[in-house]
Design a protein around this ligand. Structure first.
Ligand SMILES: Cc1ncc(COP(=O)(O)O)c(C=O)c1O
Ligand SMILES: [Zn+2]
Length: 417
């Protein structure tokens, strides 16, 4: 924590020490970690970063921990140049930030949990937990297992089976609440308060959020220390989008990257789009909604950091759009069939919105765009079941094969000769 200056209230600017605090005592605003950038600038150079292991800890001076304890392979996921998809969408320079292969639990959440779990140990919490729409539960449970921390994860009762199993396998207490995510979150706030447990996205939220910045750091580094023109980010609780921006600003502040900051665009499913509604209506604070969407990881009706998303979208000259369930599933298939990447509906939402923004001319053909793919399709396989071809079943002989598939197969080698 050599470079951490403290916690600052995002609303009123009050400052606090970097302890187990998460809301401002004066105005209840969210607290953010601030750093001594002048000191960071002296030590955190491009070559120092490039010499370090390929994980999110390569940006250690701008992360709020004493010493990394988990997540040694989290982050530094591929930035994929997507040429076939770009052609399909009508742009020249399209990249996918592919957190569907993040380690160890295949979503962007391994970034935020690496920091929150490390900080939970440092602050002496005896129990580590979270309120989750699925991916966070898996990540919290995995990192808790590795650290030997007792763990409770709270989820809505109707999550996809693979998300539930993907948490339960690490043997935390999985608590399925009869309600939606917003009910889960409310309950967890009360539990954190009464029992003094460390919840990654509640009382450890100031630290947790810092992990999301690493997606911004990596995008700029992997583009060769430059910013793209556009970034499209999914929004649920609203952690990721404003922190990608914070990451970009910090890189500029310490002189690692220069130039214009990207426009950052928000993507939400039509069935859970409080932030897009707020952008459309010109509201500063999103009005809560009741979520109903196939993109369950984005089904948050009352986003904790929704107002920060609205602010960053405005500040960067970005836009927002929502995608319907069929548009989301079409986009999941398009991504798989053009780039060989299988994402969950959260990634489909982000890509479907990107497609709209390109069609609307918000993102222009000659401008570069990074699409954040934040989750893995294998966790939600059932949503695609009716949309893919069944295997062609055949007998065991060559004749069986030829009867079933020969008209589509190319000429046999002997016939060609
Ligand atoms: C796959 C995936 N993408 C995106 C998000 C949205 O994250 P945030 O809460 O940071 O807006 C989530 C979180 O719930 C998620 O699971
Ligand atoms: Zn305040």
């Amino acid at each position: 924590m050599k470079f951490v200056a403290g916690l600052t209230c995002h609303l009123c600017g009050a400052t606090y020490p970097a302890e187990a605090l998460w809301v401002c005592a004066d105005c209840l605003g969210p607290l953010e970690v601030s750093y001594d950038y002048a000191a960071v600038k002296k030590v955190m150079t491009r070559s120092v970063i490039e010499s370090r292991p390929r994980s999110l800890w390569r940006y250690l001076e701008l992360l709020p921990v004493e010493e990394p304890r988990t997540g040694f392979n989290s982050g530094f996921t591929p930035l994929v140049r997507a040429t076939r998809l770009a052609r399909e969408l009508g742009v020249d320079e399209l990249y996918l930030k592919d957190d569907s292969v993040n380690h160890p639990t295949f979503s962007y959440k391994d970034r935020v949990v690496s920091i929150a779990a490390t900080r939970a140990v440092e602050l002496g919490f005896q129990v580590f937990g979270c309120a989750s729409t699925g991916n966070l539960a898996g990540s919290v449970a995995a990192h808790a297992a590795r650290l030997g921390l007792p763990c409770y994860v709270f989820i809505p009762h109707d999550l996809e089976p693979a998300k539930v199993l993907g948490a339960a396998i690490y043997a935390p207490h999985v608590v399925a609440v009869e309600g939606n995510y917003d009910d889960v979150n409310r309950l967890c706030t009360q539990i954190a308060d009464r029992y003094g447990w460390g919840f990654a996205n509640i009382n450890l939220r100031a630290y947790y959020a810092e992990g999301a910045k690493t997606m911004g750091f990596e995008i700029a580094e992997q583009l060769g220390w430059r910013f793209p023109d556009h970034v499209v980010s999914p929004v649920a609780g609203g952690t990721l989008l404003p922190r990608i921006y914070k990451g970009f600003r910090e890189m500029r502040e310490i002189g690692l990257v220069s130039g214009q900051l990207p426009k950052i665009h928000a993507a939400q499913p039509a069935g859970s789009s409080p932030v897009i509604n707020a952008l459309d209506a010109g509201l500063e604070f999103p009005e809560p909604v009741k979520p109903a969407t196939i993109a369950k990881s984005l089904a948050i009706g009352n986003p904790a950091d929704g107002f920060q998303v609205v602010k960053v979208v405005h500040e960067t000259g970005g836009a927002g759009a929502s995608a319907t369930d069929p548009e989301i599933l079409d986009a999941v298939q398009l991504l798989a069939q053009t780039e060989g990447i299988f994402t969950e509906p959260a990634g489909g939402t982000t890509l479907a919105v990107t497609r709209k923004l390109i069609a609307q001319g918000v993102i222009k053909r000659n401008e570069s765009v990074v699409v954040c793919i934040t989750g893995n399709g294998y966790k939600t396989a059932e949503v695609m079941m009716g949309r893919v071809a069944q295997p062609t079943r055949i007998g065991r002989s060559l004749a069986d094969f030829e009867r079933a598939l020969a008209p589509q197969a190319s000429q046999p080698a002997a016939a060609r000769a």
